[in-house]
Unconditional design. Structure first.
Length: 329
């Protein structure tokens, strides 16, 4: 039976560090995942209202589909500035690729944002949004252990009608392969079954990591858009007002195109954990990064990539449920 890594965090994938910066007055924050040296990367965007940065840079047909960091942020479009702070901090530390000797290094820092502007926090920032500063702080705080729940990019999140948050999970596949997921959970859809207590992701739970509750009766998944009238009353049924942002990671050697495939497969984990997902009101984005540590070879390569993608989906489903569970205390 496969088990989580020792932390049950995406940082169980060797080489990764994650940092959070949370502003309680703002009721928002930033989460940064650092990929030292630049990791192969891909991205899959399925929501109808995404807010992204450097997504086209990661297209497999382009010349440098690698990431030195990935930034998840609150703040909607204002939060895209968090990556500016991360770029500056990494370049100052010498991270990034060198175009010409003596010039600053150029870190590639893709990112995505969620909408939390209507949560009652202090948004009177004028022409100086705080997200660049929060990006610098999150990068500086990065390490292997980090908090989950109502922190970082998950601080101001909502999941349907309940508190959203930041979640993570990992899975050790043996043969040295480790897969992990990180998610900032702010969807219009529900993470709960109709009983309001059992997570849709319950079949994938390991060791009671999000409460251990199992359904007591039939799932009753017959209503395509649960709570639509209540969501409309809270202004949630607006394009761009919701999203789930995620990163999945593995310590295998993958090309940019293979990272893209893993990200696409991981989106299925999102749809297992949130109902409905990928709506016109969401900006669902999944990044995938791969360190290159373990050579998959050629004989069984496609089978092993399929296994990695499936594990990434399971980890993402678990990470989403953990984020909401821990945000609720």
């Amino acid at each position: 039976m496969y088990r989580p890594g020792p932390r049950n965090l995406i940082t169980d994938v060797p080489g990764l560090d994650v940092g959070n910066a949370t502003d309680e007055a703002l009721r928002s924050g930033v989460t940064v995942l650092l990929c030292p040296g630049g990791w192969s990367a891909g991205v899959d965007v399925r929501g109808g209202g995404p807010g992204v940065r450097e997504s086209e840079t990661l297209a497999p047909e382009n010349g440098y589909a690698k990431a030195h960091a990935v930034v998840l942020s609150g703040g909607s479009v204002f939060g895209l500035g968090a990556a500016d702070g991360v770029v500056a901090a990494l370049s100052r530390a010498g991270e990034g690729f060198s175009v010409r000797p003596g010039a600053p290094t150029v870190p590639i820092v893709p990112g995505a944002v969620l909408y939390d502007l209507a949560n009652g926090g202090d948004k009177a920032w004028g022409v100086d949004p705080p997200y660049r500063r929060l990006g610098v702080e999150a990068a500086g705080a990065a390490g292997q252990d980090f908090a989950l729940g109502s922190v970082g990019a998950g601080r101001g999140a909502m999941a349907g009608l309940v508190k959203g948050g930041l979640g993570s999970a990992s899975l050790d596949l043996g043969d040295g392969l480790v897969v992990g997921a990180l998610a900032a959970v702010n969807p219009v859809g529900s993470v709960y079954m109709p009983d309001g207590e059992t997570f849709w992701a319950w079949p994938f739970e390991i060791d009671g990591e999000f409460g251990g509750r199992t359904p007591s009766g039939p799932a009753g998944a017959v209503e395509p858009m649960p709570d639509a009238s209540r969501l409309a009353g809270q202004g949630r049924l607006t394009p761009g007002a919701n999203t789930t942002l995620a990163v999945v990671a593995v310590n295998a050697a993958l090309t940019a195109a293979e990272c893209k495939r893993v990200a696409m497969m991981a989106q299925d984990g999102l749809s297992r954990a949130v109902r409905p997902a990928h709506t016109p009101f969401d900006g669902d984005v999944v990044f995938a990064v791969a360190s290159g540590e373990i050579d998959l070879g050629q004989d069984e390569r496609l089978r092993r990539i399929a296994r990695i993608g499936s594990a990434a989906g399971d980890c993402l489903a678990r990470a989403i449920a953990r984020g909401v569970y821990l945000a609720a205390g």
